[in-house]
Design a protein around this ligand. Structure first.
Ligand code: OGA
Ligand code: MN
Length: 305
């Protein structure tokens, strides 16, 4: 199927019933006209995730391409940023000179990238340099659909709630799963204080509403401390993983996957780290404060006191 988001020689084909589209006919290593970028943006906003297969992307080319969608943002795991290119976050178990240069523990709980900061990333672009032939799928969930299928009374109830998103909470869980991670320093704890985000946000360009909750970073709702809030949060976590909302990406070398962090949640799955090498390069596309403001519902702009 070719939909009206196709442009020029480029075709945009839905990837799964739940979400995503594959873009065919593009070579991202070549200079791209503004019309092509605009076509990609329209398709990206519509499908939330775009796949471009068979690419050969040097780090500088990935950085320049990603910048056309917004300013780039650095990640908290500075030790896995590419040497001399802090815009690239290296993910997997790859080594150079006997030293691991990639973060193997990324994204093992459902999350939205960088939701622990005040202006979470609007997008992320992950390029598969070396992908294991089995395992290491990345799963995505459609949180527009998750919101839209909530009963009306629940939609109303959560519209004014704010989730507490905590890097310290995430990091504690990470260290439990991977004791090789260094303890959280006071410096980093201070750099990433807990932040609040509305439980429902809308896409800054399309206005479409999405559930914005995730188990990796959230500890509860600011307005509902105690067991009522925990129960509601867990109910939403379960709801948003309904199988009809999900897409599982099986990686091939040369895949570039671009996803949005409003409208989607995602999670990494395991692979045999003894047998296989995985190396992925991620760029992280920021939301400007203005885009963040546009993502708030009118009902939710009054923050919890
Ligand atoms: C990410 C992420 C999942 C994976 O890059 O943000 O969650 O499968 N990656 O590597
Ligand atoms: Mn992620």
């Amino acid at each position: 199927m070719v939909l009206d988001t196709s442009f020029g020689p480029v075709q945009v084909r839905p990837l799964s019933p739940a979400l995503g589209a594959e873009v065919v006919g593009l070579d991202l290593s070549q200079p791209l006209a503004d019309e092509v970028i605009n076509g990609l943006k329209a398709a990206w906003d519509r499908y939330a995730l775009l796949l471009v297969r068979g690419q050969k992307l040097e780090p500088d080319v990935q950085i320049a391409f990603s910048r056309r969608f917004g300013a780039l943002q650095e990640v908290a795991q500075k030790q896995y940023q590419m040497q001399g290119r802090p815009e690239i976050f290296i993910i997997g178990n790859a080594e150079e000179g006997g030293k691991r240069i990639a973060d193997v523990s990324v994204g093992r709980l459902w999350h939205s990238d960088q939701s622990f900061i005040a202006f979470p990333a609007l997008g992320s672009a992950l390029y598969g340099v070396a992908c294991p032939p089995e395992g290491a799928d990345t799963l995505f969930g459609n949180s527009y659909a998750a919101y839209e299928t909530l009963p009306d009374e629940l939609k109303q109830r959560i519209e004014t709630l704010h989730g507490v998103h905590s890097f310290a909470h995430y990091y504690a869980g990470l260290r439990q799963r991977d004791p090789s991670q260094a303890p959280l320093t006071d410096e980093r704890r201070k750099a990433y204080p807990d932040v609040l985000h509305p439980a429902v946000r809308r896409h800054p360009r399309t206005g479409r509403r999405a559930l914005f909750v995730n188990p990796a970073y959230m500890t509860g709702f600011a307005e509902l401390p105690g067991s009522e809030g925990t129960a509601l949060m867990e109910r939403l976590f379960v709801h948003q993983l309904d199988s009809t909302f999900l897409y599982a990406h099986k990686w091939r070398d040369g895949d570039l996957l671009m996803w949005q962090n409003i409208g989607l949640i995602h999670v990494a799955t395991s692979f045999d780290t003894e047998r296989y090498t995985r190396r992925m390069h991620r760029t992280t596309i920021a939301a400007s404060p203005e885009e963040y403001r546009l993502s708030l519902l009118p009902e939710a702009t009054r923050l919890a006191s």
